[in-house]
Design a protein around this ligand. Sequence first.
Ligand SMILES: Cc1ncc(COP(=O)(O)O)c(C=O)c1O
Length: 488
Amino acid sequence: MQKTNFAEETLDPADWAATRALAHRMVDDAINHLDAVRDRPLWQAMPESVQAGFAMRIPQGPQPLDQIYSDITSHLMPHPMGNIHPRFWMWYMGAGNFTGALGDFLAAIDGSNLGGGNMAASQMDRQVTGWIREMMGFPETASGTLVTGGSMANIIGLMAARNAIAGVDLRQYGVDAMPQPLHFYASDQVHSCHFKAMNLLGLGKGSLCKVPSDEQFRLDIDALKEQIRSHRDQGIKPACVIATAGTTNTGSIDDLSAIADLCAAEGLWMHVDGCIGALIVIAPDNRHLVAGVERADSLALDLHKGLHAPFDVGYALVRDRRQHRLTFAEDAEYLQKTSRGIAAAEFLHDYNLDTSRGFRALKIWMMLKEHGVEKFGRLIDQGIAQARYLTERITLEPMLELMAPTVTDVVCFRYNPGGLDEGALRDLNIEIMLCLQEAGIAAVSDTTIHGHHCLRAAICNHRTRRTDLDLLVQETLLIGGNLVITSN
Ligand SMILES: Cc1ncc(COP(=O)(O)O)c(C=O)c1O
């Protein structure tokens, strides 16, 4: 027999007043946390007691929210990655910002699903994607979509490229139906996400051809021309050149205008991976570095890097809106548009791979309105100027060696006391990097460029000051010197 007297439940708090007080405390704590970020160590290892907390079994019953919050303040907040700290220059990340965090909170409260619908959130998404398209100098006929990050933005662009160039209806018939194998081209500095993309697109990693980079770490155009010619002779169809505006290793920028000319002449799709550098287009002192980016057929941006939006948000732009939609839009009987009501709008998921989508646009909208595009441009110039300052400091220190030209905000260098082979230099520099992290002083990463291991500072951080870079130089020399003494 059906039970009729069950108690109906909800996830809303039983006591809104207590929840309000706790939520206010969380906001106060969050502001204090950011305000004092410079005074804390950048990173610290988690003690076992903290690690044990993350091994606890799934709770079956309830627990008061203030106790849960106390676990967060004691276990989680003291052990972040560190990328909001002024001396975090590891990999390539943004430093976040408070307004963006408020945007994420309010987006969750609004609760809308940005798969699409006739609501203010969709209008805001369109407005923001339009603003960014305009910022990047693309015409109104281009279409943009907010995604999780740069990897997904690249996948969107490369999938549009594959489908446009394949010469067969790939959506219907798949890659087996392609009359010729397709090849994509990028410099040997290309980000690894493009190999993931080739895997996902069913083309295989082997169809992404690495073109050598020159001494400036830019794609060698003559070598690219030669590969294209040779592949055509072999019956392979060259499809797309992936130009990088800001390589991960050194921040170098491919010659975008020359690649655009070549793509136009050869009938190839030009995709720009602009995750690190394409936003330089809004930076008044350096925008010339990315001249030609506006000629791309598709473009990937990372807004959690250059705009410091809280993770995660990237942006894909496709010049031909029709081709963009054709690549992703599907029709489903349970998702039909209506002439009025909630479904009386274009589905935003017709331009990407998701169906449900978070409301990422709100944080970007708030940040752009609060500061204006010009300030974000100035901050990008500031990071590049700081990178040049660090470069100068490095070149003045006999024990430090600059390992690549500094073009944007990435500086590659190593501690080199002389008399050590490449292997010993590598071990020494890794140890310096780890000591800097473990002491909570600064975070740089390491990489290998044209066969040489080095440290790498990516200054995409609006909190960094020149004195922070002075400290990096000072501590690198100190730690390096001590390590050399103790090893002798
Ligand atoms: C040049 C480049 N492309 C793509 C990506 C991937 O971006 P995301 O980490 O946002 O997926 C990165 C990440 O740093 C990058 O440097």
